[in-house]
Design a protein around this ligand. Structure first.
Ligand code: 5GP
Ligand code: MN
Length: 337
């Protein structure tokens, strides 16, 4: 961070702080936010975490998660928190559009904004930026941030567990975006008392029977494999959500299953929500999905994990997606897996 000393002096006095993160917050969004909250609170600040929409139930065990303000469910409280904060931390997203209506509340604020993020192409809305697209996760960068503030000694077990959870989920259990630096950091977190097996169980082995059966059903009924493009697609309509009794969060991680097939380079999940059709893209190896998300689906993300949306309904979105595949056919077939 370029002007970190300026931020350090701002944080030397207790402040009113809001931490926010992207819609449909995932393990990294929540883990990095809670880790940062605990750290800032230890230093005497008054800190609220406010997110646009609900987070998955497998994060409910996290200390502090019960205090998170959810805009979709508590608009007034979020508006009050955002009336006059001194500082706003923006975690795990890089454009205010990613936090919907909350973005409109944050834009006019006089508060200094601090971006901590690892997505490609950040928009220049923040006064302070800790941005590194080579980082595995925003949680990794929050650890880096605490180090840059000279406070490594303040990292407690609870902070370490929060950050570990974010790293664990964003790397798909250390399958992607790993570096020697990350493993050294994770070793530090374990030395601070993180029980990695316990957290893996809480996050990944906490599904109920209905949910696991649902994943089986969806993989069986709604999977299409396009061998000529090394692509696999799952689509779910609004009717499917009713028919199969799928609730929000049930489909979290579903798209990643598709990459377990050999020869599949590109995995896609297209699903209809009440107003938009959402698309999730995942890839293996050198093939980047970021461009597809950005150019064709108003989105963005990372090289191997991106997302976007459309307003044209499920069938037209699937059709549009298939129509752009030939453009990428060569890259898909030549991708070294
Ligand atoms: P997911 O497929 O799990 O929703 O998202 C995968 C990645 O793509 C995440 O890093 C997320 O931040 C990014 N992403 C998902 N949806 C959108 C979107 O609508 N806009 C942008 N800019 N990025 C998105
Ligand atoms: Mn992330």
């Amino acid at each position: 961070m370029e002007n970190k000393n300026e931020l350090k002096s701002l944080l030397a006095v207790p402040k009113d702080i809001v931490i926010t993160t992207h819609r449909n917050p995932d393990g990294d969004a929540i883990g990095s936010s809670l880790g940062l909250q605990h750290y800032l609170e230890m230093n005497g600040h008054n800190v609220k975490v406010a997110v646009p929409s609900e987070f998955p139930h497998f994060l409910n065990w996290m200390p502090g998660s019960e205090r998170i303000l959810i805009f979709d469910m508590a608009q007034e409280e979020v508006k009050r928190a955002l009336e006059k904060p001194d500082l706003v931390f923006c975690l795990d997203f890089n454009s205010l559009e990613r936090i919907d209506k909350m973005g409109e509340l944050i834009t006019p604020l006089k508060a200094k904004k601090i971006l901590i993020d690892h997505h490609l192409y950040p928009e220049p809305f923040a006064d302070f930026e800790l941005h590194d697209e080579t980082a595995s996760s925003t949680s990794e960068l929050v650890y880096e941030f605490i180090l840059q503030m000279g406070d490594k000694h303040q990292i407690t077990q609870v902070i370490a567990e929060s950050l570990f959870t974010g790293i664990l989920t964003d790397t798909g259990s250390f399958k992607y975006s790993t570096t020697p630096k990350l493993f050294r950091m994770v070793a530090d977190l374990l030395e601070l008392g993180v029980d990695d097996v316990r957290i893996q169980n809480l996050v990944f082995n906490s599904m109920d029977e209905k949910h696991l059966r649902l994943i089986g059903l969806v993989l069986h009924e709604r999977l299409e494999v396009l061998d000529e493009f090394r692509t696999a697609i799952i689509t779910l309509s609004k009717q499917d959500y009713e028919k199969f009794q799928i609730s929000r969060g049930d489909t979290e991680g579903l798209v990643n299953f598709l990459l377990q097939m050999k020869n599949i380079t590109l995995a896609v999940f297209i699903h209809e929500q009440p107003t938009i059709t959402k698309i999730s893209l995942r890839s293996k190896g050198g093939f980047s999905v970021q461009e597809i998300a950005r150019k064709h689906f108003r989105g963005g993300g990372h090289k191997n994990a991106s997302g976007g949306y459309s307003y044209i309904g499920l069938r037209p979105t699937v059709k549009k997606f298939k129509s752009i595949l030939p453009e990428y056919q060569e890259a898909l077939l030549n991708n070294d897996l």
